[in-house]
Design a protein around this ligand. Structure first.
Ligand code: PMP
Length: 436
């Protein structure tokens, strides 16, 4: 995937910039962090993408998570084709929505009910409103480096101390809108205790990515999530697990299934989901216990709605995807393949003397050009961005496409073969050599 004088990616980017802000419809696609021209994708199949120059690369982005089966899975395509034939959207209930809801609930025991929406942003925003409505409280806790979509109240960075609330991270978000959002350091037990001691009785909820894929890959420690659970229960706040990225990706039951195995009786109150549940179509969801979910309109006072919510083509795509990933052995195979990649990268870096660390869970992985895995946003940001950018371009020029920013996770699909992993490791060895 090399750029040439007659590069169609360059030409398309120039055209795009005239009509779309920054040339893209979601900022990370613009390669602003890593520099260079983004690849315009014309088609995809299995583990591969082809750009506007018809150059092939191994895809470790998978549309930022949804494409867990790889691109163009025959069962998914067939389901989508059939659904489209029957109608693109009705704005009325369908049997398939019920089926998808039943499927999700059967895999996620913490939820009794679920509502379908169209994006992770919508799901996160609605979950917060629901928590506020259900508790009658306003304040929320989020963690620095966790992303829950671009709803105003969640675009917040830490304020100057625990007694003060956050500052907007985006222009256009009035300070009054984030005045109830408290931003804490991820994995910091002392801050957590202090925040609940100060504000516990006013807290509607605590929202967390249980593995933070928006800091590349940082696990919340078991002690930390245990304490989050205990404090929420003690103070009557709701614990929200944002599993938009990790749900049906790290394990069939999400990270919460791993936490439930490690911590007796563990369950979040509300779960936010997206990405894999739509299999590549716009679909997301939030769900939880019946008494909380019944606060939603039309049953309860918390309003939430959507013209395309539960869209018949998206639900068909999601259902077909979930039916594939729940087959016996699916996650074992995906996890092993992802582990092989991560271990191979680690070995190669070590052999070539490049400080490097990596981690994975299921088909989600992350890596850092750091000697040990970071525990919070501050530590992630100690990564050398210029070095990461060189590594990224070195891989891309060899046909390996990982996330174009050092704070983003990457994704392996069931379509990635042993040969793809071997080819990736070969490219990585060359890239490490350039860095060493
Ligand atoms: N939550 C998490 C954990 C996410 O990773 C994302 C998107 N990357 C979102 C919420 C927002 O989802 P969407 O982009 O579908 O609005």
């Amino acid at each position: 995937m090399t750029n040439s004088v007659n590069d169609r990616n360059d030409a398309l980017m120039e055209r795009a910039r005239r009509v779309i802000p920054g040339g893209v419809n979601s900022p990370v696609r613009a390669f602003r962090a890593v520099g260079g021209t983004p690849r315009f994708i014309q088609r995809a199949q299995g583990a591969y993408l082809w750009d506007a120059n018809d150059q092939r690369c191994i895809d470790y982005i998978g549309s930022w998570g949804p494409m867990i089966l790889g691109h163009g899975h025959p069962a998914v395509l067939e389901a989508v084709r059939r659904a489209a034939q029957d109608g693109l959207s009705f704005g009325a209930p369908t049997e398939r929505e019920v089926e998808l809801a039943e499927e999700i609930l059967s895999l996620m025991p913490s939820m009794d009910m679920v509502r379908l929406v169209s994006s992770g942003t919508e799901a996160g925003m609605s979950a917060i409103r629901l928590a506020r409505g259900a508790t009658g409280r306003s304040k929320i806790i989020k963690f620095e480096g966790c992303y829950h979509g671009h709803a105003d109240a969640l675009l917040v960075k830490a304020g100057s101390g625990l007694a003060t609330f956050g500052n907007p991270t985006s222009a256009g978000v009035p300070p009054e809108v984030v005045q109830h959002t408290l931003v804490l350091e991820y994995n910091n037990l002392t801050q957590l205790e202090e925040a609940f001691a100060l504000h516990g009785r006013e807290l509607a909820c605590l929202i967390i990515e249980p593995i933070a894929g928006n800091m590349n890959f940082v696990r919340a420690s078991l002690d930390f999530v245990r304490r989050c659970r205990e404090l929420c229960t003690q103070y009557g706040a709701l614990l929200i697990y944002d599993e938009v990225m990790t749900g049906f990706r790290t394990a069939l039951g999400g990270v919460q299934s791993l936490h439930a195995k490690a911590i007796a009786g563990f369950a979040p109150d509300i779960t936010v989901m997206g990405k894999v549940i739509g299999g590549g179509m716009p679909l997301a969801a939030f769900g939880g216990k019946r008494d909380v979910m019944e606060q939603l309109a039309p049953l309860g006072p918390v309003y939430q709605a959507g013209t395309l919510s539960g869209n018949p083509v998206a639900t068909a795509c999601g259902l077909a995807t979930l039916r594939e990933i729940r087959k016996p052995g699916f996650f074992e195979a995906l996890s092993a393949r992802t582990r092989a990649l991560v271990d191979g990268l680690q070995t190669a870096a070590q052999e070539l003397g490049v400080p490097f660390c990596a981690d994975s869970e299921g088909g989600l992985f992350g890596f850092f050009l750091l000697p040990r895995l970071p525990q919070n946003y501050r530590e992630v940001m100690q990564s050398d961005a210029a070095r990461f950018n060189r590594f990224f371009h070195s891989l891309l020029s060899r046909g390996v496409y990982v996330a174009p920013a050092l704070y983003e996770a990457s994704f392996v699909s069931a379509a990635h073969s042993e040969d793809d992993i071997a080819a990736t490791l070969q490219a990585a060895r060359a890239a490490f050599r350039e860095l060493a």
